[in-house]
Design a protein around this ligand. Structure first.
Ligand SMILES: C[S@@+](CC[C@H](N)C(=O)[O-])C[C@H]1O[C@@H](n2cnc3c(N)ncnc32)[C@H](O)[C@@H]1O
Length: 214
């Protein structure tokens, strides 16, 4: 359990599906988010960037769903991804930080609890890192990621270890496979995510899902 005494840790752990509350929290946190996550040895951006460039080296476009301040975009660029990169998030302040770093070709303010205004089959790689905590409708979101992904492209998503189980994520993966939406390529986990917890809390693990869009 996360101690009640630490409000950031408690809020992060509990999460919320209230988009307005998410936006407010991440707006407040935007300026110090990168430093905090770095000090907590946040693993996911580099893990996902490595997955993208090794499993889809020819990818010419990527959509970073819930990009926040752009840690994943910067990791992708550092790992050599040179394609078109678009980030989506609900936090204006986080998008401004992402903009300052210059990794993205476009950054858009969106609520991921609405259908994406992105065309079907239009992106080579769709990544969604550290975001599913706030999106309890896992199946709806993952269908949407696959919808915008180009056939033969990738969806790479993380899900916190405890939520992978409580939200029955393996069953969702299997259902989408059975319906021909995607082919799971790799599910790694529980794997390191925040190995130092949210700064002093126990370590937090996650599952990394990589699926090939059908
Ligand atoms: C833990 S941060 C992860 C940011 C980035 N992907 C990373 O790995 O550093 C979660 C992000 O999800 C975004 N988010 C959560 N719910 C959202 C929603 N309904 N619509 C858009 N963005 C959302 C937050 O604004 C925040 O930037």
């Amino acid at each position: 359990m996360v101690p009640d005494a630490d409000p950031i840790a408690g809020w992060l752990h509990q999460g919320t599906s209230d988009a307005r509350e998410v936006a407010d929290r991440y707006d407040e946190w935007a300026q110090s988010y990168d430093d905090d996550l770095t000090s907590w040895s946040y693993q996911a951006p580099s893990v996902v960037a490595e997955t993208v460039v090794t499993k889809h080296p020819a990818a010419g476009s990527a959509l970073d769903v819930g990009c926040g301040t752009g840690l994943v975009g910067r990791a992708l660029r550092a790992r050599g991804f040179a394609g078109q990169l678009v980030g989506l998030d609900i936090s204006h302040a986080s998008l401004e930080v992402a903009q300052q770093h210059g990794a993205y070709d476009a950054l858009l303010h969106v609520d991921l609890q609405q259908q994406l205004t992105v065309e079907d089959d239009s992106v080579d790689v769709v990544v969604c890192v550290g975001v599913m905590t706030y999106l309890p409708e896992v199946e709806t979101v993952w269908r949407e990621l696959a919808r915008v992904g180009r056939p033969g492209g990738l969806v790479v998503a993380t899900q916190r270890e405890d939520l992978w189980h409580s939200r029955h994520c393996q069953a969702v993966v299997d259902r989408l496979r059975d319906e021909g939406v995607w082919t799971p390529l790799e599910i790694t986990g529980p794997a390191p995510y925040l190995p130092e917890g949210y700064g002093g809390t126990p370590a937090v693990g996650c599952y990394y899902l990589t699926a090939l869009v059908s």
